[in-house]
Design a protein around this ligand. Sequence first.
Ligand SMILES: [Zn+2]
Length: 196
Amino acid sequence: MTATAPSSPSTGSGQARIWDLASSVPDPSTGSGQARIWDLASSVPDPEMPMLTLADLGVLRGVREHDGQVVVTITPTYSGCPALATMRDDLVHRLRDAGYAARVEVALSPAWSSDWITERGRRALRDHGLSAPGPAPRAPAGGPVALDLGPTRRRLSCPRCEAADVALVSEFGPTACTAIYRCRSCLEPFEHVKEI
Ligand SMILES: [Zn+2]
């Protein structure tokens, strides 16, 4: 009994989710089963960028029942992400508050990509003054991604005034996932969510 996120998150809108409404996971309130569990889990905000839910971020991969427990599968944005423990606790607490015994499993493969951030998530980033990532670097035919030790060049525009004249201030922002830029037109600094 499994509900999963879209198998191709980079192209999916979330509409391709598979529900199994006949699940035997007990629902203490409405009896609507697995869709309600998905809705509960997918409403948990990302600890570092709380304008995004874990579903917006593409981190939430699936919910299923096992031994009378809800098992939530997440894929961290990167393997050393310090927010992982908080994500796990927040999911367990959200489901526990709704009456479900829950645990969280971490799936490292396939690796998360910034392409998995949904359109809704990209809009939320822009609405909060952050610049959304462009297309992630692609490995040629499944091979390794080439490492470039030179400065990362990105074609960005300012999320506030949309000017393209922006300058990198720092490759690292308040979180490792973001870089800091400054707009030369409106002069405001802004965070850019990196492509990975
Ligand atoms: Zn600007």
